[in-house]
Each structure stands twice: as structure tokens, then as C-alpha cells.
Ligand binder design. Structure first.
Ligand code: FES
Length: 184
């Protein structure tokens, strides 16, 4: 009876164990997958953190101020092209009998800085030879239009105040606009 119930021993193939080992993921592989998972999570957190920082500290472009004070009007002689702000502000300040105008020192050809030639009372561009009268009107060379004028007013403290963000163009008929000339 007992011998009938006794199951015959199962015969396993000789390479059964090594096959089973192959199919079972090794501990190193599991660990690797674990690390990869954590790296993924950390990467996602870093991206989120960077996004948050960008939101909190947006990129700001600091531009130099466009306005500058040019001192007391009494410090300017009539009929003289004042060059003291050419290097720092690229601007000439010219006093005529009845007032002031501020002329941009940027050539209207390709943007070089012309020089004021007092002996000829004109501006001459060193790059391609454009010439401008003291008014800013172009008369020679490749410059296609006159120099631009900047807004000039009197500040509350009595100094000349020039705003370079505001330009007046002769060819557009803007030299008669308020701010293009400061009458005294
Ligand atoms: Fe002044 Fe060309 S940039 S003439």
C-alpha cells in the first residue's frame, strides 16, 4: 500500500539549477535598477528645483541709464560744440544764441563715432568719411541721413538733463518737437 502511494522521484535535468539561476535576476542587477530609479527621481527633483529658482530669480538685464545730467547751462559758451560727454555718453551738447540741443555722436552710416573738427566746424566720421554740419545735417560721404538729436530739458535742480532714449530725426520733421531744443 505504502509503496503504491509513494511517488517516484522527479528527475530534474542536470542543468536545471544553473538555468534557474540564469532566469533569476542577480542581486547586483536589482541594486543597479534601484540606483537608476533613484537617480531618475533626483534628476527630476533637480529640474524642478532649477525651474523654481528661475521663477524666483528671473534673468534681469541691467542696462545703463539713458538719462544724464550735464551741469549748469551757464557752463556752456555760446557757439561752442561741447565734447565733454562724447566718450562717456556719445553725445555733443551745443549751445546756440537761443538755447541748446544735444546731438548723438553715432554716425548714421554704420555707427562709428565722428570727430568734431573745430577748425572746419563740422563732424567728420573716421570710418568712411561722412561729414555733418554742426547742426547735424549730413553733407558728404555715405551717411544716409542727419545725426539724431536727444531730448534735452532743464532738470528741477537747474541742470541740463539729456534723455538718450528719446531721439528726434530731422528727416521725419522732428527737430521742431518739444524736447528737441531747449530754449532759454
Ligand atoms: Fe560713419 Fe561709415 S560709419 S561713415
Amino acid at each position: 500500500m505504502n509503496t503504491l502511494l509513494k511517488a517516484p522521484p522527479i528527475k530534474l535535468p542536470a542543468d536545471y539549477e544553473s538555468e534557474a539561476k540564469k532566469k533569476k535576476p542577480s542581486i547586483d542587477r536589482r541594486r543597479f535598477m534601484n540606483y537608476a530609479g533613484w537617480l531618475g527621481v533626483l534628476g527630476a527633483m533637480n529640474v524642478a528645483l532649477l525651474g523654481f529658482l528661475r521663477f524666483m530669480f528671473p534673468r534681469v538685464l541691467f542696462e545703463p541709464p539713458t538719462e544724464f545730467k550735464a551741469g549748469d547751462p551757464a557752463g556752456y559758451a555760446v557757439g561752442v560744440v561741447d565734447t565733454r560727454y562724447v566718450n562717456s555718453e556719445r553725445c555733443w551738447i551745443i549751445r546756440e544764441q537761443d538755447g541748446f540741443y544735444a546731438l548723438s555722436a553715432i554716425c548714421t552710416h554704420l555707427g562709428c563715432t565722428p570727430k568734431y573738427l573745430a577748425s572746419e566746424d563740422k563732424f567728420k566720421c573716421p570710418c568712411h568719411g561722412s561729414g555733418f554740419w554742426r547742426s547735424g545735417i549730413n553733407f558728404e560721404g555715405p551717411a544716409p541721413r542727419p545725426l539724431e538729436r536727444h531730448k534735452i530739458v532743464l532738470a528741477e535742480d537747474g541742470q541740463l538733463l539729456i534723455d538718450k532714449s528719446k531721439v528726434f530725426r530731422h528727416e521725419k520733421g522732428e527737430w521742431g518737437n518739444p524736447g528737441s531744443f531747449l530754449f532759454l
